[in-house]
Design a binder for this molecule. Structure first.
Ligand SMILES: [Zn+2]
Length: 270
């Protein structure tokens, strides 16, 4: 990857303008599904139990009876040692430790924050994509635990205002939002990237040539598509074509070559 300062400078300029648009749009999206006042938070164990029920419902592909692939554990351990900071695992079962330090820096002209580990790779990836004719909006990056809980509380309260019972509201909310402490947005290493011209954070993203370019090339810059369609039974998260996660270049390349998720990478470290 060659640095192209001119391209980076112009890209950052574009992000500044686009930042305003995406802010407005993301606010609209947020209001659509999460507006309302604060509600009593569900206990974490209840949230996880609820989430488990959600992911095991019809629509999530069941585990396939395929042969267990053999991975190069020595190589995986080597990559792990080199990239511990960016390989942190956060999911439904694994809560991010409060001691985790995110090393945040502003992106998109200060509209969002993300981990400093991904910054240069992100800028380069977006610059290269732009040269190929693709532009993106970053809808979400770092999210604090407090903010995550607020989104949950707001979602619950909003649904109750529209007639749902507390249990119904909790169930629906956790179909959309991870429990506080269990969202990898809290690491600053996850980004929700939408294609220019399509601000819908839904499966329509996968039809976009820009999204297809990202999925095909992101590993060259250290990113993975975190919740792929074919691995829902491993991640326990429905396919999200917009959610990319920085893990570092060597890890991303290894995972791509071996068709691995971060969960599978971790499983093979021990
Ligand atoms: Zn996301």
């Amino acid at each position: 990857m060659k640095r192209n300062k001119k391209a980076i400078a112009s890209l950052l300029g574009v992000l500044a303008i686009e930042g305003v648009i995406i802010f407005l749009l993301s606010c609209t999206w947020t209001r659509t599904i999460m507006s309302g006042e604060s509600a009593t938070a569900m206990t974490p164990s209840a949230a996880l139990a609820q989430r488990d029920r959600n992911v095991s419902k019809p629509g999530i592909a069941p585990a396939k009876a395929t042969a267990i692939p053999s991975y190069d554990k020595k190589e995986i351990k080597k990559i792990w040692k080199e990239s511990k900071n960016t390989l942190v695992l956060v999911n439904v079962e694994k809560k991010l430790k409060t001691s985790y330090h995110s090393s945040l820096i502003p992106i998109c002209q200060g509209r969002l924050q993300a981990s400093e580990y991904l910054y240069e790779s992100l800028v380069q990836m977006l610059a290269d994509a732009r040269e190929e004719g693709y532009q993106f909006f970053i809808a979400s990056a770092y999210r604090s635990r407090t903010k995550q809980q607020r989104l949950i509380d707001d979602g619950v309260r909003n649904r109750m205002r529209h007639g749902a019972t507390y249990d119904e509201a909790i169930k629906k909310t956790y179909e959309k939002i991870m429990p506080a402490g269990h969202s990898e947005h809290e690491t600053g290493l996850a980004l929700d990237i939408l294609c220019s011209g399509n601000m819908n954070m839904n499966l329509s993203q996968k039809e976009e040539p820009g999204n297809q370019w990202l999925c095909k090339n992101c590993h060259k810059y250290g990113f993975i598509l975190r919740y792929p369609e074919s691995k829902e039974h491993v991640t326990n998260i429905a396919y999200e074509p917009w959610h990319f996660r920085y893990v570092g270049e060597s890890a991303a390349k290894y995972m791509r070559e071996n068709d691995m998720t971060l969960e599978e990478f971790w499983d093979n470290m021990e």
